[in-house]
Design a protein around this ligand. Structure first.
Ligand SMILES: *Cc1c(COP(=O)(O)O)cnc(C)c1O
Length: 382
């Protein structure tokens, strides 16, 4: 084993097969060097300063207004944030948004985790609708459901689904947008709750949750809080909303995360907003899936092209190539985090297509993979 690892890490990529930036992970994901430089410049008057003072509060104000612009939020929608990442927002939803019973579309690791979080003692057992990994299920209208839980992009499998309201229901539609937000199309009329963390398309560090709330979601949160249900303050959406309205957070946020997030958000808006970001992800998806489809060695894992994610691509390899070995050689050459989701257990590479990642770098990556595969025994040349 050690012998093989040594042999793999001795394979050196030629210079023309080295992307300018070697970060292709699906989260944490590439943080743009420009954002890090801007943080270093702002640091003396920003890092290590009070989150109750204008320096940090103005950053939260820019976050909230920048997200309104990026997503074109209508009047009456609100942006709130808190600590703990998307996973903690599942608990916020279980305490503050689900009235009695939720329905969950489960098609990978992340969507199954929200379903598990919603199996809380104060709620009825959630209804779970699942489909095989590599596909997504459709919601099933059910009069007993007061919140439908969708996932815009299942990061573990590379399947995305359009955000649409299930027909014939006025229940809340809550969408995990963590790895789709800022890279996949979104109509604000189609959701009530859209939440995400900053370490995917928003090219920041992790640790925050951010949520976009429709007027109906705001009403639900207020009604649940008023019902007298016990809830911890850190999971009480009303508490988060009160802080957010004052451009603050309930407890201390990670200031660097916040800064990098706002930098990326304002960069996206300056480039042309969500339309621009989606086009860039489309371009990257065309490069990676196009390469896999033309290759004799690789094939997109998601069979239905309409369900293939344009922010996270999963590429299967045939028996001639060991994807794990390809990932090791890439890593030894400074090209990191192309390993597939650990629990999916496939002969696969997973490649992020987030807006911060240069399409040209993805193009070089595909050629580097072909080159490595040929060195390892397979041959991509048909
Ligand atoms: C990454 C991810 C999460 C988890 O985010 P954390 O910030 O680690 O809690 C949840 N859902 C999806 C779809 C993700 O991609």
């Amino acid at each position: 084993m050690a012998h093989i690892d040594q042999r793999l890490s001795a394979i050196a990529l030629p210079d023309h097969l080295r992307p300018r930036d070697g970060r292709f992970g699906s989260g944490p994901s590439k943080v743009r060097p420009e954002a890090v430089a801007a943080l270093a410049e702002a640091a003396p008057i920003y890092l290590g300063t009070s989150h109750r003072q204008p320096g940090v509060r103005s950053m939260i104000a820019r976050l909230r207004s920048g997200l309104r612009d990026l997503f074109g939020l209508p009047e009456g929608y609100e942006v709130a944030l808190g600590n703990g990442g998307a996973s903690v927002f599942w608990d916020v939803a279980a305490f503050s948004l689900i009235e009695r019973r939720s329905q969950h579309l489960v098609f990978g690791e992340f969507s199954s985790k929200f379903a598990a979080a919603a199996a809380a003692p104060h709620l009825d057992p959630p209804q779970i609708i699942s489909s095989p990994f590599g596909t997504h299920p459709e919601p099933r209208p059910n009069p007993g459901i007061d919140l439908y839980a969708l996932t815009h992009n299942e990061t573990s499998t590379g399947v995305s689904m359009p955000v649409r309201r299930p027909v014939g229901t006025d229940a809340l539609v809550a969408v995990d947008g963590t790895s789709g937000a800022g890279g996949l199309p979104l109509d604000p009329a189609a959701f009530d709750v859209y939440y995400f963390a900053p370490q995917k398309c928003f090219a920041s560090d992790a640790g925050l949750w951010i949520v976009l709330l429709s007027p109906r979601a705001l009403e639900r949160s207020a009604a649940v809080a008023a019902s007298g249900r016990w809830m911890p303050a850190s999971l009480n959406l009303q508490v988060a909303l009160e802080s957010s309205r004052a451009d603050q957070t309930y407890n201390t946020p990670a200031l660097a995360t916040l800064f990098l997030l706002v930098h990326q958000l304002e960069w996206l808006n300056a480039q042309g907003g969500l339309d621009w970001a989606c086009k860039r992800c489309d371009e990257s998806a065309a490069i990676v899936y196009g390469w896999a489809e033309a290759s004799d060695l690789a094939t997109p894992f998601v069979a239905n092209p309409a369900q293939r994610s344009h922010t996270v691509a999963t590429i299967d390899f045939g028996p001639a190539v060991d994807a794990g070995q390809v990932a090791k050689v890439l890593r030894a050459n400074g090209i990191v985090d192309t390993e597939s989701y650990r629990k999916l257990g496939r002969n696969q590479l997973r490649i992020a297509l987030f807006p911060a990642i240069e399409p040209a770098d993805l193009e070089v990556l595909t050629r580097a993979i072909d080159w490595i595969a040929a060195r390892l025994g397979g041959s991509a040349i048909s």
